[in-house]
Design a protein around this ligand. Structure first.
Ligand code: SF4
Length: 89
């Protein structure tokens, strides 16, 4: 078992289990990231969709994200892609 101190939840994670976010696991007492290098969403969007006032108008921005969230907000636009399946076991 290991304790993750990445965020305020300070999860105690048993070997082979995942923390609340579903992005951290524990192997032999060491907490490790499960989502490193794993992409769950990628999108090319007009820069105007981002909170960047008057930054390169008319250009595009690439958004890349992975899974793992320490919240459970039902109204989140990423509700269906923000957790791994393991987060619900
Ligand atoms: S929710 Fe995730 S990042 Fe936060 S303490 Fe738990 S395992 Fe670590």
């Amino acid at each position: 078992m290991g304790r993750c101190n990445v965020c305020f939840r300070h999860c105690e994670i048993g070997d082979g289990k995942v923390g609340f976010c579903g992005a951290r696991t524990c192997e032999d007492g060491t907490v490790k990231a499960l989502n490193y290098g794993r992409v769950s969403s990628i999108a090319l969007d007009p820069v105007e969709k981002k909170p960047l006032a008057r930054f390169c108008p008319g250009s595009y921005v690439l958004s890349v994200g992975s899974f793992g969230c320490n919240l459970r907000c039902p109204f989140c636009q990423n509700n269906e892609i923000s957790w791994s399946d393991e987060a619900f076991e």
